[in-house]
Design a protein around this ligand. Structure first.
Ligand SMILES: N[C@@H](CCC(=O)N[C@@H](CS)C(=O)NCC(=O)O)C(=O)O
Length: 229
């Protein structure tokens, strides 16, 4: 038996989903930050999966894919309490909603304009564990790639400005709370941790201010933050 680990990137939204849960349950897990330009090599033990987050439990078994990792953690360390908070069908539907909608909205807000892409990539190159050369390479080569190729296409396809898209999703999500504090009712469910992870991944960046304008969204976010250990 050895200590559980989480291979992750500080700026990866999927990693934040798992990290929130680990903090909430106060689990003893070593966080291993990988080099963002060498992810595949850092997690080569995952037999071709090649992405973070990767959770390795005390028996040395690897778990991949953030939503599956969250379910595993809730099942093994928390008696499935967070999955069972509300009807399982509703939980599954909204876990999918979060993975489909929230993940797609995150890239445009970070990289949707040339200015925001530049702010994001320079901030990432400071936050992550890059080597001397790759840090500079990432900051200068990374932003036109993210802006030009990925984000612009997505913004154009959706038609809404990145801020509007986030606000619409936060409204849809908080309306589903039906007047309660959390999606799960008086306490959080796995869905709360999933959406919280996507939103929290934006918190190190100046663009987070755009999300703070959403009254119900930020009130819920702060309630989630208050639950963490
Ligand atoms: N569906 C996966 C997505 C994970 C993912 O795409 N992680 C990114 C970092 S944010 C990654 O490792 N990308 C490396 C690659 O695709 O080569 C999850 O939810 O865990």
């Amino acid at each position: 038996m050895s200590k559980a680990t989480l291979h992750m990137l500080h700026t990866c939204p999927f990693c934040w989903k798992v990290r929130g849960l680990i903090e909430y349950l106060d689990l003893d897990v070593d966080l291993i930050a990988v080099n963002g330009l060498k992810i595949k090599k850092a997690v080569s033990f995952t037999d071709g999966w090649g992405k973070v987050p990767v959770f390795t439990d005390e028996t040395g078994t690897h778990h991949v894919d953030s939503t599956l990792i969250m379910k595993f953690i809730d099942e093994h360390y928390n008696e499935n309490k967070l999955l069972n908070v509300s009807a399982q069908e509703r939980t599954s539907k909204w876990l999918d909603w979060s993975d489909q909608k929230m993940s797609k909205a995150t890239v445009p807000i970070l990289y949707g304009t040339l200015g925001s892409a530049f702010k994001t990539t320079t901030r990432i190159s400071k936050l992550e564990e890059f080597g001397f050369i790759s840090k500079r390479l990432y900051a200068w080569a990374g932003f036109p790639i993210m802006w030009g190729i990925i984000a612009k296409k997505r913004v154009k396809k959706d038609g809404r400005k990145p801020k509007q898209l986030w606000h619409d999703l936060l409204t849809e999500f908080t309306d589903e709370h039906q007047g309660k504090d959390f999606f799960g009712g008086s306490g959080p469910s796995l869905v709360d941790f999933s959406v919280f992870g996507y939103m929290r991944s934006i918190s190190p960046f100046p663009q987070f201010a755009m999300l703070e304008d959403h009254k119900n969204g930020i009130a819920w976010y702060n309630r989630m933050n208050d639950l963490l250990n």
